[in-house]
Design a protein around this ligand. Structure first.
Ligand code: ADP
Ligand code: MG
Length: 361
């Protein structure tokens, strides 16, 4: 069942020459109980989409349904939706407990009910010990927990989270990522999480929508998005990728054969709905390719130009025989990994047919 359906939503800011389409006809369905992430670079329209769902702004065109009902007539406070802002927006002069109870007071809930609910929320975010502190006197990570508790207190059906972890340092952010997953599991509330951090999106989400310039380019599980990117932008934005320009020779049953400058040919699959002809790009993840000492055994060949040791793995930069960008192969290190390659060596690069993918140039 769908919690939220966004149908053909456009949002245009400004007029005349200053017009910006912040959202350019976006459609997406978010399921009940899902940890759903909007991922994309700054300015791609993530906050705009959240604001339309929350009711802080209205679409120029299209509609948004919540559990099948058009929510256009509902003001923000009547929508079963709540938001955690990047800035937390806590009241500094109020205590932790007062901040958490604030929304319930505004809704005119009875005092006893508010107290019980606040106690429950304090426990959920593990802030019982600090309930009487002013929020100006707690750490950033603790403020983040209070902001979450305050947003969860009125029991929204959907929680919107706009880059909620971006103000935290690395270690705290990792902790809060796990904490957020736990909260979502325990409460069963649909989370719509916004981030520009691809690793955060991959590790936390049930499904991800990748956005660019006001459009949703692909929706899928983290694995779908990583292993089967639908567009060049998606492959580039998420993880590291090698891009090999080539020309389509033939195609059959979802597999295209592509010829490269070095005259090597590779067969690989391509996304549904894409008809590869002419110039295309072949994408291969560095960890899905293997280096072989004998160039004759490689799908493609080149010269090792650089070896970079990263502790957990080693990156081999290969200058391809056909020219173009260096191809990167990533090998995982083990304690017994032997050093068998030296820069300047002629090498082959091997990969399975399903490790490569043909995308639009
Ligand atoms: P993101 O959250 O992904 O960084 P936003 O949704 O904030 O992106 O912005 C998307 C685009 O819409 C940007 O080009 C931004 O400048 C523009 N925009 C957002 N809000 C407004 C506004 N109130 N007035 C004019 N332009 C806006
Ligand atoms: Mg934003």
């Amino acid at each position: 069942k769908n919690a939220i359906e966004v149908r053909g939503v456009r949002k245009v800011f400004g007029t005349g020459e200053n017009q910006v389409a912040a959202l350019d006809t976006v459609s997406v369905s978010i399921r009940e109980n899902e940890f759903f992430t909007l991922l994309g670079p700054s300015g791609c329209g993530k906050t705009t989409l959240l604001r339309l769902i929350a009711g802080f702004d209205f679409p120029t065109a299209g509609e948004i349904l919540l559990h099948g009902q058009d929510i256009a007539p509902l003001p923000p406070y009547k929508r079963p939706v709540n938001t955690v802002f990047q800035s937390y927006a806590l009241f500094p002069h109020m205590t932790v407990a007062q901040n958490i109870g604030f929304g319930l007071e505004m809704l005119g809930k009875p005092k006893a009910e508010i107290e019980a609910r606040v106690a429950q929320m304090l426990k959920l975010v593990k802030m019982e010990a600090l309930k009487a502190r002013r929020t100006s006197q707690i750490s950033g990570g603790q403020q983040q927990r209070v902001a979450l508790a305050r947003a969860l207190a009125p029991q929204p059906k959907v929680l919107l989270l706009d880059e909620p972890l971006s103000a935290l340092d690395y270690k705290l952010r990792k902790e809060m990522q796990i904490e957020l997953k736990r909260l979502q599991n325990e409460t069963g509330i649909t989370f719509i999480f916004v981030t520009h951090d691809q690793e955060e999106a991959l590790t936390m989400s049930d499904r991800i929508a990748v956005m660019s310039a006001g459009k949703i380019l692909q929706v899928g599980t983290p694995r779908d998005i990583y292993d089967r990117p639908a567009e060049r932008f998606v492959a580039d934005f998420i993880g590291e990728t090698n891009f090999l320009p080539g020309t389509v020779l033939s195609k059959q049953a979802g597999v295209a054969t592509v010829k490269f400058a070095s005259s090597a040919t590779i067969s690989a699959g391509y996304p549904e709905g894409f008809n590869p002809t002419g110039e295309v790009t072949l994408v291969v993840r560095p960890e899905h390719a293997d280096l072989v000492p004998d160039p004759a055994k490689g799908t493609i060949t080149g010269t090792l130009s650089n070896i970079v040791y990263f502790g957990t793995d080693t990156h081999y930069h290969v200058k391809l025989d056909g020219g173009g960008e260096n191809f990167i192969v990533r090998h995982q290190n083990s304690r017994s990994s032997a050093v068998i390659y030296e820069t300047g060596a002629k090498v082959g690069i091997q990969f399975e047919e399903d490790a490569a993918r043909v995308l639009k140039d």
